[in-house]
Design a protein around this ligand. Sequence first.
Ligand SMILES: *Cc1c(COP(=O)(O)O)cnc(C)c1O
Length: 488
Amino acid sequence: MIDNLRVFDKDPLHHVLKVIDDSAGGVALLVDRSTGVLNRVITDGDIRRVFLKGGNADSLLESVPYLKPVIVQEGESMDRVRQLMQNHSIQHIPVVDKEGVPVGLYRRDELEENVLLSPPHLGKDEMTYVSEAIETNWIAPVGPNLDTFEKEFCERVGSNAAAALTSGTAALHLSLILAGIEQGDRVACSTFTFVASVNPVLYQGGEPVFIESEDAGWNMCPRALEKAFVWAKKDGSPIKAVIVVNLYGQSARIEKIIELCVEHGAVLIEDSAESLGATYQGRSSGTFGKFGIFSFNGNKIITTSGGGMLVSDDVDAIARAKFLATQARESAAYYHHEVVGYNYRLSNILAGMGRGQLKVLSDRVESRRRIFSRYLSGLKELEFEWMPEIEGGYSTRWLSVGCLSRDSNVDISEFLNHLSKKGIEARRVWKPMHLQPLFENSQYFCIDGNELSASLFDRGFCLPSGSSLTESQQDRVISEIWEYVSSV
Ligand SMILES: *Cc1c(COP(=O)(O)O)cnc(C)c1O
């Protein structure tokens, strides 16, 4: 990027203006032709002043008077950069190497803007589909976008049928109803997850049983699940369904879990709210179980502002889900009801957004993976542990998740507070469900006392990972982390 900003003293001003205009930077950098050393920063204001003195577009850049540039060396602290911008009332500061050759550029707007964890990132087609819905008056929770979104979603993940719903939580709730979960039924669920994975079990009056994660990939440990199956059976109330969560963009190692569900006659539900776009052994996350659920909440890899999808190869089950999601209205000439229903259907407008977002999903996955690799190399020396990618798995790196080493002196809360003060939104990892007061009476299973999720909670962090994050924003995150962690 910095290469495109370079201009020379014999360049005509029309060329320099074009450089300023084309670059997102808003400046050009005048460098010495032979050494590449920075001579000054050129803004459009500088050129305007030449014009006011009678110059024109063909005047040469050398007609702009010399002004010593405000620069910083590589590795300068962000506080110092911000302070310099303030003191000099300038919007840009070039970063130079030891020889004085520009290697980067700080922009004030980027430095002052908060770096968010995972903000929405729109493509270019969302508005088209949304406008179409409005122009054709398909505003209700029926319509062509809804049908097409479901069809395109099925094609993308490789599923037979899908129901677009108001949220991922609604999708989970319906999957539990379809799995026949009722009052007092036991449902095993990953403990290392967001509470939305388990709330629907409570809606049904079910009893959650929590399963610890395994070191490989940090998702559900099959051995702990087996222990829970055996215990529940002996206890006289077997586990009827399993909710396996595919966390932070990565599928669980699912083959053993499938085997156990078959052996014990339990329905397998995949909570893939965070792992749309991920695969395991070439197959989409969310398509291994009887049901898979996805979320299009604002922070997920693609979003409809709010929304979710229930998928299954069982076409009849999905038809039933759509029936339940529209108040369970029986087909009759009047309003006739036999079972309890819900208002869970996604609107045709939001489905339009979903169609646009689905088109850019692959780009979003690539961006997030790229962001993760930059953190990995930029923070290499700090000895963080990063969420491992499982063999045969392809993670989207929905969030870049890591943790402090076990012997680190850094306090996780103070660390994240510090980043927050610097305008960087980083978060703790999920607090395990079995440690939540809401579930204090629930059963919990782990292997050999390895309470991995609790340990990850004590040390883990999620870094800004949005696919719209710029490289310089990411550099800012990296340098703030460096500064803090190496000073503790
Ligand atoms: C976001 C999320 C959900 C819930 O999805 P909503 O669309 O917000 O209801 C469920 N499980 C996990 C793991 C999530 O991250």
